[in-house]
Write a protein that binds this ligand. Structure first.
Ligand SMILES: Nc1nc2c(c(=O)[nH]1)N[C@H]1C(S)=C(S)[C@@H](COP(=O)(O)O)O[C@H]1N2
Ligand SMILES: [Mo]
Length: 412
């Protein structure tokens, strides 16, 4: 992780503070919906989705749901660069009572519970009181690619665009916890954002990490992504960043940090967001009995071809560029390999610049194909030795898909 005092004077910081003073970061009502649509076939349908640019701070997005917003990144965006543009970074909220206007001057995060002193910070106090750190990390929804689960499971029917990569700037959660003084006997640290459930008595989203994880020096409270303030839809004025872990823990518009002297058993830790206890597969058969479920946690490796879509036509017997992105999950990318023969043989792809173990890594290679149909497959192995499997997993939450993906092309 790189520390940068110079970030103190960054333009983003000045504009953030100005935003605070002016009470900017307002989320206005969506404009009328654009009627554009995108071809995005899922096993159980539909084959198309509406595109919208009606949400504040967002350019064209795949509309999954309006309220609360679920907006997917159009997949073509991932071919354009290793970092995902802020205005096309996906959006996911659980409850419709999301903040529509946030005043960075008055929004605070409170650290309470099993601590020596309860403390509270505004954005400016976080910025001025603690060392700044920067880290590139993938934010991926636990249910990214859920729409490909067969048999289908309930939940947002995402294709592969519920993920994004950004450079996050903020402060270490450890430093903020130390300002409160974590007492001996602390077990977990719980996080809650500023939104509220709109259903009476429904539990607000609360997620917890072990104290050791929360204090590992990598988990951070971030106010900047890719050089810009967080859009309100992505958690303005600041959010938790939990490198290598699924985004359900990346609490947006962070308002409460509670140090617990017991394990968090709230609904959102269990049974919500749990996986069969056989990481890294998170696999079971539909209807299987007696499966033990545990809270979802570390991410697993994935890789994608981004410059060719299913059904693409490429020239036969000529070098064809194939490129894409990969990430290692909770470890770096060791290797990316491509297969043109259904996974019988694999060739190494060339890796792009390494922005750190939690970042997307670009890759590319050239292939020559005989006339006819070919399934191009891409496979990532991470630095811990974990490799993507050839068969898809299944679980009732639609979580942790990381099967080797395949793109059918025709060489002519
Ligand atoms: N406050 C708050 N934070 C939240 C959520 C939420 O509903 N409320 N959803 C979580 C989940 S499940 C996901 S996938 C990510 C999505 O982050 P993004 O909207 O910035 O892409 O936010 C996480 N943080
Ligand atoms: Mo999620």
């Amino acid at each position: 992780m790189r520390s940068s005092k110079s970030q103190h004077e960054s333009a983003a910081r000045r504009s953030l503070l100005r935003a605070g003073v002016l009470g900017a970061g307002a989320l206005l009502a969506p404009r009328a919906f654009a009627s554009d649509s995108i071809h995005l076939p899922l096993p159980g349908g539909p084959d198309g989705r509406r595109l919208t640019d009606a949400f504040p701070g967002k350019a064209q997005m795949v509309l999954q749901r309006t309220r609360p917003p679920l907006l997917e990144t159009p997949f073509a965006v991932f071919d354009k660069g290793v970092f995902t543009p802020v205005d096309q970074f996906y959006v996911r909220w659980h409850w419709a009572g999301i903040p529509t206007t946030v005043d960075a001057a008055t929004h605070t995060v409170t650290v309470s519970g099993h601590v020596n002193n309860q403390v509270r910070f505004t954005l400016a106090e976080l910025m001025n009181g603690f060392q700044h750190v920067e880290l590139a990390a993938v934010n991926q929804c636990s249910g990214n690619s859920r729409g490909f689960f067969e048999p289908r499971v309930p939940g947002g029917q995402w294709a592969n665009g519920a993920m994004g990569n950004a450079r996050w700037v903020g402060v270490r959660l450890r430093d903020v916890l130390d300002a409160a003084g974590v007492k001996a006997g602390a077990v977990q640290v719980q996080f809650e954002g500023a939104e509220r459930a709109i259903v009476p008595n429904a539990p607000n989203l609360k997620k917890s990490l072990s104290v050791d994880h929360a204090r590992d020096g990598e988990v951070m409270i971030a106010w900047e992504m890719n050089g810009q303030a967080l859009p309100v839809l992505n958690g303005f004025p600041f959010r938790l960043v939990v490198p290598g872990w699924y985004a359900t823990y990346w609490t947006k518009a962070l308002q409460h940090i509670r140090v617990l002297d017991h394990e968090d058993t709230n609904f959102w830790m269990h049974p919500a967001y749990t996986i069969p206890d056989n990481w890294p597969q998170a696999n079971m058969t539909p209807g299987q009995q007696g499966v033990r479920f545990v809270p979802i946690n570390r991410m697993v490796p994935r890789s994608f071809i981004t410059n060719l879509v299913a059904g693409a036509s490429v020239p036969a017997r000529r070098a064809v560029l194939v490129r894409g992105i990969a990430f290692g999950g909770d470890a770096g990318v060791r290797a990316v390999q491509l297969s043109t023969d259904g996974g019988h043989s694999w060739r190494a792809a060339e890796l792009g610049h390494d922005y750190g173990r939690y970042s997307f890594r670009q890759w590319q290679t050239r292939v020559e194909l005989a006339r006819g149909e070919h399934a191009l497959m891409v496979r990532c192995t991470n630095t811990a030795g974990l490799q993507q499997p050839m068969t898809p997993n299944w679980n009732p939450g639609g979580f942790m898909r990381n099967v080797v993906e395949s793109v059918a092309v025709t060489a002519a």
